[in-house]
Structure formats: C-alpha cells, structure tokens
Design a protein. Structure first.
Length: 238
C-alpha cells in the first residue's frame, strides 16, 4: 500500500489483526521495512505497521528539504490515515531516532518504545575526527576533490539527500530522553561500533521507565546477530 506525503509516495505494509495496540516497525538508514519483517512471524496475533522511509525500499527515491521531524510526521500521518490510535514503536538505528521523537511528541499514542541499536545521541568525537572535518572544509573551499570524505552512507546519496542526511545526524536528541514516559526497552549489541554501548547506557540513565539489554557477540544489527534472543526480549516486552 502507498500514501502520498508532502513530495513523496510512501510504501507501507499493514497487518490488521484488530488488536487495540499496533506495533510500528521503523527500519534503519539504508535498509527498508523487510529488515524487520521477520518480527511479525513471532508477533502474528498483533497488528503491525511496517514503513519504508524514503529514499529506501519502495518509497520515493528522491525528496528535498526533509528533516528528522518530517520523517516523524510522516509516520504519524500514516497512522492517522489508518485510524491507528495506540502504538508500540520498534525502531532500529535511524528508526530509533524517530521513535524517540514520537515518544515525546505523541505521548498519548505511544504505549511502549523499543530502541534497537538506536541513533540520535550526540557522539563522543576524537581529535582525529575534527581534523578530518577541517581537512574536508579546506579542500572543499579550494575546489579540491572531496569525494572520499564522509561515511559510506553519505557518499551513496545525491546532493539533496546529503543535505537531509547532514541535518539528521546533526540533530541530537539527548534532551528528549527525560521526557519519555512510555515503558522503554533498549536493546544494543555489545560490539556495536556505529552506535556504541555508551549511548545505550545514557539512554538507560535518562529514560526513567527503561530496561537495557546488551546482546553478547552482536554489532549494530543486533536483531540479526542474535535473532532468537532479540525476538524473545521483544515478545516479552510488547
């Protein structure tokens, strides 16, 4: 199914089991809804909504001037379109960013929150990082080649999406955490290098009604690396 939102066509899958609360699954950057679709096999008695964030999956491949808050509004627009009133949010990485925002701005709708290797917090940066940023700015000002600078995710994007990506990663949500009131499950891989464990521990400290689970031998895709353990935790929580 699809829905138009702003300048984009959004693809989604809705499994309507007539349950009072709908599980809303939000995938990570560079993935699509299918990365989390396996969860519905375990939770098949509950209604579920899976969304493709543009420009990924089967949603529009080109958007302009979106922010992290545009994505959050997009999710709520689909929920309103489907007349969904109560949701549990399960967000991986980028999807966790959206989950944090919705848990604060839509308190009445969000019943439970699951943050899986979630992004959104201000990272600790080394001097090496700042030297790279400075080198990038100097080379760009001089008109030199900067194609090898930036993350793999960044380099794969067109110019409009690069601006959106920069806006997203520079929007830190640390100050949102104390305002989350929904029961929250935080699941991180112990070996996550993209969103390190110190971020998970900060979320645990700042979100009052939260539980932290660290999965051994798992990285940034902890739900893949430790699938059965993740599903067990998810099923018990929601």
């Amino acid at each position: 199914m699809t829905k138009n939102f702003r300048d984009a066509t959004i693809f989604y899958e809705f499994f309507d089991r007539k349950s009072e609360v709908v599980n809303v699954f939000l995938h990570g950057w560079g993935c699509d809804h299918q990365s989390l679709l396996f969860c519905q096999e375990r939770l098949n008695k509950q209604s579920a909504l899976f969304v493709d964030f543009p420009p990924f999956g089967r949603s529009s491949q080109h958007i302009k001037n979106w922010s992290i808050f545009t994505y959050a509004n997009m999710v709520m627009s689909i929920c309103q379109h489907l007349k969904i009133k109560k949701i549990n949010i399960i967000g991986h990485s980028f999807g966790g960013r959206i989950g944090i925002i919705l848990a604060v701005l839509c308190k009445n709708e969000v019943q439970k929150l699951v943050l899986v290797d979630s992004a959104g917090l201000k990272p600790k940066r080394s001097l090496k990082f700042y030297f790279k940023v400075l080198a990038y700015k100097i080379r760009r000002k001089l008109g030199l080649d900067v194609s090898k600078y930036g993350s793999v995710d960044f380099r794969a994007l067109d110019s409009d999406m690069r601006e959106i990506f920069k806006s997203i990663v520079s929007t830190h949500l640390d100050d949102f955490l104390p305002f989350i009131t929904a029961p929250t499950l935080i699941v991180f891989g112990k070996d996550d290098k993209t969103t390190p464990v110190y971020m998970a521990r900060k979320m645990k400290r700042k979100i009052k009604n939260s539980k932290l689970v660290l999965l051994e031998g798992a990285g940034h895709f902890s739900f893949v690396d430790r699938r059965l353990e993740f599903l067990s935790q998810l099923e018990k929580f929601v």
